[in-house]
Write a protein that binds this ligand. Structure first.
Ligand code: FAD
Length: 433
Protein backbone atom coordinates (compact mmCIF):
# COMPACT_ATOMS: atom_id res chain seq x y z
CA UNK A 1 0.00 0.00 0.00
CA UNK A 2 1.32 3.45 -0.91
CA UNK A 3 1.21 5.82 2.06
CA UNK A 4 -0.02 9.34 1.38
CA UNK A 5 2.10 11.87 3.28
CA UNK A 6 1.20 15.54 3.72
CA UNK A 7 4.24 17.79 3.96
CA UNK A 8 3.56 21.30 5.27
CA UNK A 9 5.92 23.84 3.70
CA UNK A 10 8.39 23.84 0.78
CA UNK A 11 11.40 25.37 2.49
CA UNK A 12 14.62 23.34 2.84
CA UNK A 13 12.97 20.88 5.27
CA UNK A 14 9.86 20.29 3.14
CA UNK A 15 11.92 19.89 -0.04
CA UNK A 16 14.15 17.38 1.71
CA UNK A 17 11.09 15.47 2.92
CA UNK A 18 9.67 15.40 -0.61
CA UNK A 19 13.01 14.26 -2.01
CA UNK A 20 13.23 11.24 0.32
CA UNK A 21 9.54 10.33 0.16
CA UNK A 22 9.48 10.49 -3.64
CA UNK A 23 12.60 8.31 -3.83
CA UNK A 24 10.38 5.38 -2.79
CA UNK A 25 7.32 5.68 -5.04
CA UNK A 26 6.13 2.15 -4.17
CA UNK A 27 5.90 3.16 -0.56
CA UNK A 28 5.05 6.89 -0.41
CA UNK A 29 3.18 9.59 -2.26
CA UNK A 30 4.00 13.07 -0.89
CA UNK A 31 1.83 16.15 -1.26
CA UNK A 32 3.70 19.31 -0.30
CA UNK A 33 1.61 22.33 0.60
CA UNK A 34 3.29 25.71 0.30
CA UNK A 35 1.44 28.89 1.16
CA UNK A 36 3.65 31.21 -0.92
CA UNK A 37 4.23 31.28 -4.66
CA UNK A 38 7.72 29.77 -4.52
CA UNK A 39 9.88 27.07 -2.99
CA UNK A 40 12.80 27.98 -0.69
CA UNK A 41 11.08 29.06 2.53
CA UNK A 42 12.85 31.74 4.50
CA UNK A 43 15.49 32.04 1.74
CA UNK A 44 12.95 33.77 -0.51
CA UNK A 45 13.65 37.44 0.18
CA UNK A 46 10.79 39.91 0.03
CA UNK A 47 10.70 43.67 0.66
CA UNK A 48 7.26 43.18 2.16
CA UNK A 49 6.55 43.03 5.88
CA UNK A 50 3.25 42.38 7.68
CA UNK A 51 1.04 40.47 5.28
CA UNK A 52 1.50 39.41 1.67
CA UNK A 53 -0.76 40.30 -1.24
CA UNK A 54 -3.19 37.55 -0.15
CA UNK A 55 -3.37 38.69 3.47
CA UNK A 56 -1.15 35.85 4.75
CA UNK A 57 1.51 36.87 7.33
CA UNK A 58 4.88 37.29 5.60
CA UNK A 59 6.86 34.18 6.49
CA UNK A 60 10.43 35.05 5.54
CA UNK A 61 12.72 36.85 7.98
CA UNK A 62 15.39 37.43 5.36
CA UNK A 63 16.99 40.87 5.02
CA UNK A 64 18.54 42.31 1.92
CA UNK A 65 22.23 42.20 2.82
CA UNK A 66 22.14 38.82 4.55
CA UNK A 67 24.98 36.46 3.91
CA UNK A 68 24.95 33.06 5.58
CA UNK A 69 26.43 32.72 9.05
CA UNK A 70 27.51 29.16 8.25
CA UNK A 71 29.82 28.18 5.41
CA UNK A 72 28.12 26.35 2.55
CA UNK A 73 30.18 23.29 3.53
CA UNK A 74 28.11 23.12 6.75
CA UNK A 75 24.70 23.75 5.22
CA UNK A 76 24.56 21.25 2.44
CA UNK A 77 22.34 18.22 1.81
CA UNK A 78 24.64 15.17 1.85
CA UNK A 79 23.44 14.06 -1.61
CA UNK A 80 23.52 17.43 -3.41
CA UNK A 81 26.70 19.54 -3.47
CA UNK A 82 26.87 23.29 -4.08
CA UNK A 83 28.56 24.69 -7.14
CA UNK A 84 32.22 24.41 -6.10
CA UNK A 85 33.10 27.81 -7.57
CA UNK A 86 31.02 29.55 -4.86
CA UNK A 87 32.76 30.99 -1.80
CA UNK A 88 32.10 29.47 1.63
CA UNK A 89 29.73 32.21 2.79
CA UNK A 90 26.81 32.79 0.44
CA UNK A 91 24.24 35.46 -0.23
CA UNK A 92 20.61 34.51 0.39
CA UNK A 93 20.10 34.48 -3.39
CA UNK A 94 22.81 31.85 -3.80
CA UNK A 95 21.23 29.64 -1.13
CA UNK A 96 17.84 30.03 -2.80
CA UNK A 97 19.33 29.05 -6.17
CA UNK A 98 20.79 25.93 -4.52
CA UNK A 99 17.37 25.00 -3.14
CA UNK A 100 15.67 25.64 -6.48
CA UNK A 101 18.27 23.41 -8.18
CA UNK A 102 17.66 20.72 -5.54
CA UNK A 103 13.91 20.82 -6.25
CA UNK A 104 14.51 20.64 -9.99
CA UNK A 105 17.17 17.93 -9.80
CA UNK A 106 14.93 15.59 -7.80
CA UNK A 107 11.85 16.57 -9.82
CA UNK A 108 9.91 17.70 -6.78
CA UNK A 109 7.66 20.31 -8.35
CA UNK A 110 5.06 17.73 -9.38
CA UNK A 111 4.39 17.04 -5.69
CA UNK A 112 4.13 20.70 -4.61
CA UNK A 113 0.93 22.72 -4.42
CA UNK A 114 1.95 26.38 -4.28
CA UNK A 115 -0.25 29.16 -2.87
CA UNK A 116 -1.94 26.55 -0.67
CA UNK A 117 -2.01 27.04 3.08
CA UNK A 118 -2.59 24.26 5.57
CA UNK A 119 -5.25 25.48 7.94
CA UNK A 120 -5.90 22.49 10.21
CA UNK A 121 -4.54 19.03 10.88
CA UNK A 122 -6.49 16.49 12.88
CA UNK A 123 -6.01 12.79 13.61
CA UNK A 124 -8.99 10.58 12.88
CA UNK A 125 -9.51 6.91 13.61
CA UNK A 126 -10.42 4.84 10.58
CA UNK A 127 -11.08 1.22 11.61
CA UNK A 128 -7.98 0.47 13.69
CA UNK A 129 -5.68 2.96 12.00
CA UNK A 130 -4.87 6.61 12.71
CA UNK A 131 -5.22 8.80 9.63
CA UNK A 132 -4.81 12.54 9.25
CA UNK A 133 -7.45 14.94 8.08
CA UNK A 134 -5.69 17.91 6.51
CA UNK A 135 -7.66 21.03 5.66
CA UNK A 136 -6.13 23.48 3.22
CA UNK A 137 -7.22 26.47 1.20
CA UNK A 138 -5.90 28.23 -1.86
CA UNK A 139 -4.71 31.64 -0.67
CA UNK A 140 -6.69 33.12 -3.58
CA UNK A 141 -9.89 31.41 -2.31
CA UNK A 142 -9.72 31.37 1.49
CA UNK A 143 -13.44 30.68 1.84
CA UNK A 144 -13.27 27.38 -0.03
CA UNK A 145 -11.47 24.90 2.22
CA UNK A 146 -10.50 21.47 0.93
CA UNK A 147 -10.12 18.49 3.25
CA UNK A 148 -8.06 15.43 2.36
CA UNK A 149 -6.99 12.31 4.20
CA UNK A 150 -3.39 11.21 4.69
CA UNK A 151 -1.49 8.42 6.40
CA UNK A 152 1.18 10.71 7.82
CA UNK A 153 2.00 14.39 8.29
CA UNK A 154 5.37 16.13 8.32
CA UNK A 155 5.34 19.67 9.70
CA UNK A 156 8.12 21.47 7.80
CA UNK A 157 6.57 24.91 8.19
CA UNK A 158 9.58 26.78 9.59
CA UNK A 159 7.67 27.25 12.83
CA UNK A 160 10.93 28.16 14.52
CA UNK A 161 11.71 31.51 12.80
CA UNK A 162 8.65 33.34 11.58
CA UNK A 163 6.44 34.62 14.42
CA UNK A 164 8.25 37.34 16.42
CA UNK A 165 8.71 37.04 20.16
CA UNK A 166 8.98 40.34 22.03
CA UNK A 167 9.61 40.14 25.79
CA UNK A 168 7.66 42.36 28.17
CA UNK A 169 9.81 45.31 29.22
CA UNK A 170 8.44 47.68 31.78
CA UNK A 171 7.71 51.19 30.51
CA UNK A 172 7.52 50.15 26.85
CA UNK A 173 4.25 52.06 26.34
CA UNK A 174 5.96 55.41 26.96
CA UNK A 175 8.63 54.87 24.27
CA UNK A 176 8.11 57.45 21.51
CA UNK A 177 10.68 56.19 18.99
CA UNK A 178 10.25 53.53 16.31
CA UNK A 179 10.28 49.87 17.26
CA UNK A 180 10.79 46.90 15.01
CA UNK A 181 11.34 43.17 15.36
CA UNK A 182 14.20 41.62 13.36
CA UNK A 183 11.57 39.56 11.45
CA UNK A 184 10.58 42.84 9.77
CA UNK A 185 14.10 44.17 9.28
CA UNK A 186 14.98 44.48 5.59
CA UNK A 187 17.46 47.31 4.91
CA UNK A 188 19.62 49.64 7.05
CA UNK A 189 18.72 52.96 5.31
CA UNK A 190 15.80 53.92 7.62
CA UNK A 191 18.33 53.99 10.48
CA UNK A 192 20.59 56.54 8.82
CA UNK A 193 22.18 58.89 11.40
CA UNK A 194 19.97 57.58 14.19
CA UNK A 195 20.77 56.23 17.64
CA UNK A 196 19.66 52.64 17.64
CA UNK A 197 19.24 50.15 20.45
CA UNK A 198 19.42 46.48 19.49
CA UNK A 199 18.07 44.07 22.10
CA UNK A 200 19.55 40.55 21.86
CA UNK A 201 22.84 39.34 20.46
CA UNK A 202 22.81 35.87 18.95
CA UNK A 203 24.00 35.07 15.44
CA UNK A 204 21.71 36.94 13.02
CA UNK A 205 21.25 39.69 15.61
CA UNK A 206 24.95 40.54 15.64
CA UNK A 207 24.78 40.67 11.84
CA UNK A 208 21.82 43.06 11.87
CA UNK A 209 23.69 45.25 14.33
CA UNK A 210 26.71 45.47 12.01
CA UNK A 211 24.42 46.10 9.00
CA UNK A 212 22.67 49.00 10.75
CA UNK A 213 25.95 50.44 12.08
CA UNK A 214 27.04 51.18 8.49
CA UNK A 215 24.55 54.07 8.38
CA UNK A 216 23.51 54.78 11.99
CA UNK A 217 24.98 57.47 14.20
CA UNK A 218 25.49 54.97 17.00
CA UNK A 219 24.29 51.52 17.95
CA UNK A 220 24.05 49.99 21.41
CA UNK A 221 23.63 46.24 21.60
CA UNK A 222 22.10 45.08 24.84
CA UNK A 223 22.55 41.46 25.84
CA UNK A 224 23.65 39.00 28.48
CA UNK A 225 25.56 36.54 26.36
CA UNK A 226 27.58 34.00 28.34
CA UNK A 227 31.40 34.43 28.23
CA UNK A 228 31.85 31.88 25.44
CA UNK A 229 29.87 34.06 23.05
CA UNK A 230 31.09 37.49 24.06
CA UNK A 231 31.26 39.75 21.02
CA UNK A 232 34.58 41.27 19.92
CA UNK A 233 35.88 43.54 17.16
CA UNK A 234 32.67 45.43 16.49
CA UNK A 235 32.69 48.65 14.40
CA UNK A 236 33.63 51.77 16.39
CA UNK A 237 30.07 53.14 16.55
CA UNK A 238 28.72 50.02 18.30
CA UNK A 239 28.92 49.66 22.05
CA UNK A 240 27.69 46.80 24.20
CA UNK A 241 25.43 47.17 27.21
CA UNK A 242 23.86 45.05 29.91
CA UNK A 243 20.28 43.78 29.60
CA UNK A 244 17.53 46.38 29.41
CA UNK A 245 15.85 46.92 32.77
CA UNK A 246 13.12 49.34 31.69
CA UNK A 247 12.12 52.20 29.44
CA UNK A 248 12.19 55.31 31.62
CA UNK A 249 11.29 58.12 29.23
CA UNK A 250 10.00 58.86 25.73
CA UNK A 251 13.41 57.91 24.30
CA UNK A 252 15.37 56.75 27.32
CA UNK A 253 16.29 53.19 28.10
CA UNK A 254 17.84 52.05 31.39
CA UNK A 255 20.08 49.00 31.54
CA UNK A 256 20.43 46.61 34.48
CA UNK A 257 23.74 48.23 35.51
CA UNK A 258 21.98 51.60 35.87
CA UNK A 259 23.40 53.18 32.69
CA UNK A 260 20.97 54.97 30.36
CA UNK A 261 20.85 55.48 26.58
CA UNK A 262 18.90 57.85 24.34
CA UNK A 263 17.39 55.64 21.64
CA UNK A 264 15.67 56.94 18.51
CA UNK A 265 14.77 53.38 17.55
CA UNK A 266 14.64 49.95 19.17
CA UNK A 267 15.19 46.78 17.18
CA UNK A 268 14.04 43.66 19.02
CA UNK A 269 16.32 40.79 18.05
CA UNK A 270 14.64 38.69 20.67
CA UNK A 271 13.81 35.58 18.71
CA UNK A 272 10.62 33.88 17.68
CA UNK A 273 7.61 32.09 19.11
CA UNK A 274 7.30 28.48 18.04
CA UNK A 275 4.31 28.43 15.76
CA UNK A 276 2.24 25.53 14.43
CA UNK A 277 -1.13 27.25 14.02
CA UNK A 278 -2.63 24.31 12.10
CA UNK A 279 -2.40 21.90 15.06
CA UNK A 280 -5.80 21.03 16.50
CA UNK A 281 -6.06 19.97 20.17
CA UNK A 282 -6.69 16.39 18.99
CA UNK A 283 -3.08 16.18 17.73
CA UNK A 284 -1.96 16.02 21.36
CA UNK A 285 0.97 18.43 20.94
CA UNK A 286 1.15 21.54 23.09
CA UNK A 287 3.35 24.53 22.39
CA UNK A 288 4.21 26.57 25.44
CA UNK A 289 7.09 28.97 26.15
CA UNK A 290 9.02 27.85 23.09
CA UNK A 291 8.61 24.16 23.82
CA UNK A 292 6.66 21.70 21.68
CA UNK A 293 5.64 18.66 23.73
CA UNK A 294 5.78 15.65 23.64
CA UNK A 295 8.21 15.18 20.75
CA UNK A 296 10.54 12.18 20.82
CA UNK A 297 14.06 13.18 19.71
CA UNK A 298 12.48 16.62 19.08
CA UNK A 299 10.79 15.14 15.99
CA UNK A 300 8.05 12.55 16.60
CA UNK A 301 4.69 13.18 18.24
CA UNK A 302 4.69 10.38 20.83
CA UNK A 303 0.88 10.24 20.86
CA UNK A 304 0.70 9.71 17.10
CA UNK A 305 4.21 9.00 15.74
CA UNK A 306 3.01 9.29 12.12
CA UNK A 307 3.15 13.02 12.78
CA UNK A 308 6.66 14.50 12.71
CA UNK A 309 8.23 17.94 13.06
CA UNK A 310 11.30 18.79 11.00
CA UNK A 311 13.50 21.82 11.66
CA UNK A 312 12.47 22.47 15.24
CA UNK A 313 15.96 22.24 16.69
CA UNK A 314 17.59 25.59 17.26
CA UNK A 315 21.13 26.87 16.61
CA UNK A 316 22.30 23.84 14.74
CA UNK A 317 23.48 22.69 11.38
CA UNK A 318 20.43 22.90 9.23
CA UNK A 319 20.09 20.90 6.04
CA UNK A 320 21.95 17.71 7.02
CA UNK A 321 20.09 17.65 10.35
CA UNK A 322 16.75 17.99 8.52
CA UNK A 323 17.69 14.92 6.51
CA UNK A 324 18.36 12.93 9.70
CA UNK A 325 15.04 14.04 11.18
CA UNK A 326 13.25 12.97 8.00
CA UNK A 327 15.01 9.59 8.09
CA UNK A 328 13.74 9.17 11.66
CA UNK A 329 10.18 9.89 10.55
CA UNK A 330 10.52 7.49 7.59
CA UNK A 331 11.91 4.80 9.89
CA UNK A 332 8.60 4.91 11.77
CA UNK A 333 6.56 4.81 8.55
CA UNK A 334 8.42 1.91 6.95
CA UNK A 335 8.64 -0.03 10.23
CA UNK A 336 12.45 -0.21 10.20
CA UNK A 337 12.58 1.70 13.46
CA UNK A 338 10.89 0.23 16.49
CA UNK A 339 9.99 2.92 18.95
CA UNK A 340 10.01 2.48 22.74
CA UNK A 341 6.61 2.63 24.48
CA UNK A 342 4.92 6.04 24.69
CA UNK A 343 5.62 6.09 28.43
CA UNK A 344 9.33 5.45 27.84
CA UNK A 345 9.54 8.10 25.11
CA UNK A 346 7.76 10.66 27.30
CA UNK A 347 10.06 9.84 30.17
CA UNK A 348 13.10 10.49 27.96
CA UNK A 349 11.60 13.81 26.83
CA UNK A 350 10.91 14.86 30.43
CA UNK A 351 14.43 13.89 31.50
CA UNK A 352 15.97 15.87 28.63
CA UNK A 353 13.98 18.96 29.62
CA UNK A 354 14.83 18.56 33.30
CA UNK A 355 18.55 18.26 32.53
CA UNK A 356 18.42 21.39 30.39
CA UNK A 357 16.91 23.38 33.26
CA UNK A 358 19.50 21.96 35.67
CA UNK A 359 22.25 23.13 33.30
CA UNK A 360 20.86 26.67 33.52
CA UNK A 361 18.93 26.79 30.23
CA UNK A 362 15.50 28.41 30.11
CA UNK A 363 12.31 26.62 28.96
CA UNK A 364 12.61 28.56 25.69
CA UNK A 365 15.87 26.65 25.07
CA UNK A 366 14.07 23.29 25.16
CA UNK A 367 15.09 22.53 21.56
CA UNK A 368 18.51 24.26 21.43
CA UNK A 369 21.48 22.31 20.14
CA UNK A 370 24.33 24.83 20.27
CA UNK A 371 26.51 24.64 22.29
CA UNK A 372 25.57 21.93 24.81
CA UNK A 373 23.67 19.39 22.73
CA UNK A 374 25.80 18.73 19.66
CA UNK A 375 25.74 15.04 20.60
CA UNK A 376 22.04 15.00 19.69
CA UNK A 377 23.03 14.99 16.00
CA UNK A 378 25.32 11.98 16.53
CA UNK A 379 22.53 10.22 18.38
CA UNK A 380 20.03 10.84 15.57
CA UNK A 381 22.55 9.52 13.06
CA UNK A 382 22.99 6.38 15.15
CA UNK A 383 19.27 5.77 15.58
CA UNK A 384 18.62 6.24 11.85
CA UNK A 385 21.77 4.33 10.82
CA UNK A 386 22.96 7.28 8.75
CA UNK A 387 26.45 8.71 8.69
CA UNK A 388 27.08 11.32 11.36
CA UNK A 389 27.68 14.76 9.80
CA UNK A 390 30.38 15.44 12.40
CA UNK A 391 32.38 17.62 10.03
CA UNK A 392 29.36 19.87 9.46
CA UNK A 393 28.62 19.99 13.18
CA UNK A 394 32.14 21.05 14.09
CA UNK A 395 32.26 23.60 11.23
CA UNK A 396 28.99 25.08 12.52
CA UNK A 397 30.46 25.46 15.98
CA UNK A 398 33.66 26.95 14.56
CA UNK A 399 31.78 29.40 12.35
CA UNK A 400 29.61 30.60 15.25
CA UNK A 401 32.74 31.22 17.32
CA UNK A 402 34.33 33.28 14.54
CA UNK A 403 31.10 35.22 14.05
CA UNK A 404 31.34 36.39 17.65
CA UNK A 405 35.10 37.01 17.57
CA UNK A 406 35.08 39.12 14.39
CA UNK A 407 31.57 39.78 13.00
CA UNK A 408 32.88 42.13 10.31
CA UNK A 409 35.44 39.86 8.67
CA UNK A 410 34.75 36.20 9.52
CA UNK A 411 33.00 35.66 6.21
CA UNK A 412 36.22 36.32 4.30
CA UNK A 413 37.42 32.88 5.45
CA UNK A 414 37.18 29.74 3.35
CA UNK A 415 36.58 26.19 4.56
CA UNK A 416 38.34 23.36 2.74
CA UNK A 417 37.13 19.80 3.11
CA UNK A 418 40.19 17.61 3.73
CA UNK A 419 38.56 14.23 4.41
CA UNK A 420 35.18 12.53 4.98
CA UNK A 421 34.64 14.45 8.22
CA UNK A 422 37.68 16.73 8.38
CA UNK A 423 38.16 20.28 7.22
CA UNK A 424 40.52 23.20 7.41
CA UNK A 425 39.70 26.89 7.81
CA UNK A 426 41.73 29.42 5.85
CA UNK A 427 41.36 32.80 7.62
CA UNK A 428 40.14 35.65 5.48
CA UNK A 429 41.50 39.06 4.68
CA UNK A 430 41.39 41.53 7.55
CA UNK A 431 40.28 38.93 10.07
CA UNK A 432 41.23 39.50 13.70
CA UNK A 433 41.71 36.53 16.02
P1 FAD B 1 11.51 27.68 6.22
O1 FAD B 1 12.70 27.95 5.40
O2 FAD B 1 11.02 28.76 7.10
O3 FAD B 1 10.34 27.18 5.28
C1 FAD B 1 9.04 26.89 5.75
C2 FAD B 1 8.04 27.00 4.60
O4 FAD B 1 6.76 26.58 5.07
C3 FAD B 1 7.88 28.40 4.06
O5 FAD B 1 8.00 28.40 2.67
C4 FAD B 1 6.45 28.79 4.49
O6 FAD B 1 5.83 29.66 3.58
C5 FAD B 1 5.77 27.44 4.54
N1 FAD B 1 4.60 27.40 5.42
C6 FAD B 1 4.53 27.82 6.71
N2 FAD B 1 3.31 27.59 7.22
C7 FAD B 1 2.58 27.01 6.23
C8 FAD B 1 1.24 26.55 6.16
N3 FAD B 1 0.40 26.63 7.19
N4 FAD B 1 0.82 26.02 4.99
C9 FAD B 1 1.65 25.92 3.92
N5 FAD B 1 2.94 26.37 3.93
C10 FAD B 1 3.40 26.89 5.09
N6 FAD B 1 20.37 28.47 8.50
C11 FAD B 1 21.59 28.12 8.02
O7 FAD B 1 21.86 26.93 7.85
N7 FAD B 1 22.54 29.06 7.72
C12 FAD B 1 22.30 30.38 7.86
O8 FAD B 1 23.16 31.19 7.56
C13 FAD B 1 21.01 30.78 8.34
N8 FAD B 1 20.70 32.08 8.47
C14 FAD B 1 19.45 32.45 8.86
C15 FAD B 1 19.12 33.80 8.93
C16 FAD B 1 17.85 34.20 9.31
C17 FAD B 1 17.52 35.66 9.39
C18 FAD B 1 16.88 33.22 9.63
C19 FAD B 1 15.48 33.62 10.02
C20 FAD B 1 17.18 31.89 9.58
C21 FAD B 1 18.47 31.48 9.19
N9 FAD B 1 18.81 30.13 9.11
C22 FAD B 1 20.06 29.77 8.66
C23 FAD B 1 17.87 29.09 9.51
C24 FAD B 1 16.85 28.80 8.40
O9 FAD B 1 15.62 29.00 8.97
C25 FAD B 1 17.05 27.42 7.85
O10 FAD B 1 18.23 27.45 7.06
C26 FAD B 1 15.94 26.92 6.95
O11 FAD B 1 15.44 27.89 6.08
C27 FAD B 1 14.76 26.35 7.73
O12 FAD B 1 14.08 25.56 6.81
P2 FAD B 1 12.58 25.12 7.02
O13 FAD B 1 12.18 24.43 5.79
O14 FAD B 1 12.48 24.42 8.32
O15 FAD B 1 11.75 26.47 7.21
Amino acid sequence: MVLRVAVIGAGPAGLCAARHLSAEPDRYLPTVYEQTAAVGGTWVYTDRTGTDEHGIPVHSSMYKNLRTNLPKEAMVFPDFPYDSSLPSYLTHKEVLRYLENYAENFELHKYIQLLTRVDAVKPIHVHDAVKWQVTTFKVTAPDSPITEQFDAVMACNGGRYSVPYIPVISGTDQFQGRTLHSHDYRVPEPFSERKVLIIGALASEVDICVDIAQVADSVVISHSNPPMIEIHNLPANITQAARVESIVGPNTVRFQDGQEFHADDIVYCTGYRLSFPFLTPECGVTVHQGRAYPLYKHVLNTTYPTMSFVGLMHHATSFSLFQLEIKLALGVLDGSLSLPSKAAMDQEIDQDFKTRLEKGLTPRQAHDIFPLYLSHITELAMVTRQSDPQGQTSMTMDSFMHLFSDPQHFRNAEYKITGPETWERVPGQGEKQ
